[in-house]
Ligand binder design. Structure first.
Ligand code: AMP
Length: 176
């Protein structure tokens, strides 16, 4: 697989938005990737490769942009797709994992019965910054007896060193 070509195609479709949602943050807007089918397909090819490479038997999508990439990849590969959502959104029994924000904490939830025991799950999101969200997702997988097969992101903000918080293989298409 030609990752350089995929990265170039996806990269060209990402829009940098300075000072969103607040001053000093350079927001990486992937809505323009979704608007361009060639870039969207390139992104999905990358995630498909990550899922095959990590021998995943389920895909976990992180709310909300992780859903956009995780769900089509799971359907294409014939794997279950599982939602990791913000608190209060999932209707049945859940497990919860908290993570730190700049001010305070947030949490992710997953249905308790969403993964079978020992299921190898690939955790998918658009971007890893501090790694707190992905780390919490890993905890959810383990809480229900699953195994983290790996993590996959279109973008990794290297300078925030989020990968140091994660303890399985990390696939990142574009490093910033
Ligand atoms: P973190 O938990 O710090 O790794 O943050 C990752 C989550 O926040 C992901 O779901 C991203 O979509 C979002 N996020 C963080 N920083 C940015 C950014 N600069 N541009 C776009 N999304 C971001």
């Amino acid at each position: 697989m030609n990752f350089e070509a995929l990265a170039a195609t996806v990269s060209a479709a990402i829009t940098d938005v300075p000072d969103f949602p607040k001053e000093g943050i350079l927001f990486k807007d992937i809505s323009t990737v979704l608007q361009r089918p060639e870039a969207f397909r390139a992104a999905l090819s990358f995630f498909e490769h990550a899922a095959r490479d990590s021998d995943a038997d389920a895909i976990i999508g992180l709310e909300s942009r992780g859903f956009l990439f995780g769900a089509p990849v799971a359907a294409t590969l014939g794997l279950p797709f599982v939602l990791a959502r913000k608190p209060g959104k999932l209707p049945r029994a859940v497990v919860q994992a908290e993570y730190e924000l700049e001010y305070g904490t947030d949490a992710l939830e997953m249905h308790t019965d969403a993964l079978g025991p020992a299921t190898r799950a690939l955790i998918v999101d658009d971007l890893i910054a501090t790694g707190g969200t992905a780390e919490a997702a890993g905890k959810l997988v383990r809480k229900v007896g699953g195994v983290v097969a790996g993590y996959a992101f279109l973008l990794e903000l290297d300078f925030l060193k989020g990968r140091e918080r994660l303890d399985a293989t990390i696939h990142s298409l574009i490093h910033v």
